[in-house]
Design a protein around this ligand. Sequence first.
Ligand SMILES: [Zn+2]
Ligand SMILES: [Zn+2]
Length: 352
Amino acid sequence: MYETRAYSAAGAASPLAATTIPRREPTERDVQIEILFCGVCHSDLHTVRDEWHDVMPTVYPCVPGHEIVGRVTAVGSAVAGHRVGDVVGVGCLVGSDGTCPQCRAGFEQFCPNGVFTYNGADRHGTAPVTYGGYSGGIVVDQDFVLRMPGNLDLAAAAPLLCAGITTYSPLRRGGVGPGKKVGVVGLGGLGHMAVKLARAMGAHVVVFTTSPGKAEDALRLGAHEVVLSRDAGQMGRHAGSFDFILDAVSAEHDVNAYIHLLAPGGNLTLVGAPEKPLPVAAFGLLFGNKSLSGSLIGGIAQTQEMLDFCGEHGITADVEVIPIQKINEAYERMLRSDVKYRFTIDMASLKG
Ligand SMILES: [Zn+2]
Ligand SMILES: [Zn+2]
């Protein structure tokens, strides 16, 4: 084992602060990565503050970060496909058993033995739990290391590893493409990625927002139309017309209003996680064979497919790059939605 610099939280009420953490010596299957950039995901904040205690209690110290872009500094003898000097990515997963039906179907995120990049059971025994990307380096099994397209700005590409795949996967499952009318509800970290991706897939993209101030930005990001969701007249004009709607809102809101906008056979997929259960009117689904779904990140093969797609279409997140020393302030701003549209930490700041 060796030590690397990191930022960790000591408890649910503690701010993140500088520390050192252990990393394992690379095994023959491992890739050792110097982290260049790490995106800041809302899940980081939830985990640091133990807000998902009932589902996934946080083990402290907690080092979050699962939107990792870095450079390979060493590879084990059995590693194929990654070489020293390569620019690579690591997302929400760093391990799975590789043998269960979910793994074999390419859904490693649902593996009963899956390992999340942080706050996951560390099977190598380096620490009680895995430590994420708010650190100088990480050691990851080769199967969970992704190839970054060479043409993308790396700071802006980091959020693709979570926000990108979280939106790409359901858009693909929803058959989004030319001739399809697609809605995106909520224009935040996830929503702004969904707009860019759905547009690049060739769909007609409509953004729903509660803030008139976001309309101009939605169009700049690639939306064809913007609908103010509190305007009944505007909503009514789109009734029964959408093939697919991606709902990226984590606050309480009325999903029935969006189910009403689906065409027969249409699907509404949730990627946000409101705290309280959502009321759903069954009749809204019955009339038109409509469906309501959820979606959680994506498997490793699809994450690589998403990165390649983003490379081909020049897609990255809109980011504000911060030094790690500003991370606690960034969390407060994220809570106020005061970011367009994702923070990315420049990990060079960790040395300062
Ligand atoms: Zn995330
Ligand atoms: Zn598995």
